[in-house]
Write a new protein. Structure first.
Length: 96
């Protein structure tokens, strides 16, 4: 699926971290809960879903790559089973 940048694009933010500053860690409880939230954001008009496995709030501890992968990959796979919405990953580590 292609994203065209000739119009406004809405990005849905899905933080699968227990200490997210933007949503209070609401979406890290289960893969099913995270996926339903992503699909709801798509229904609400998001054109892309950005998934983060590490909080960037001030004072947050760095999360190891393996833990970020453990948090995000199952959610990405499950979203892909339900939707072809483009997905980006919010990380500082290329391996993730």
């Amino acid at each position: 699926r292609t994203i065209l940048f000739n119009e406004t694009i809405v990005m849905g933010i899905l933080n699968v971290t227990p200490d997210s500053f933007s949503d209070g860690g609401n979406w890290d409880k289960s893969v099913a809960v995270a996926v339903e939230h992503a699909l709801q954001m798509q229904r609400d008009g998001a054109s892309i879903i950005d998934i983060g496995g590490e909080s960037t709030r001030p004072g947050a501890k760095e999360v190891e790559e393996e833990e970020q992968i453990r948090r995000t990959v199952p959610v990405i796979k499950a979203i892909r089973e339900e939707s072809d919405i483009p997905i980006s990953i919010d990380t500082r580590h290329a391996r993730v």
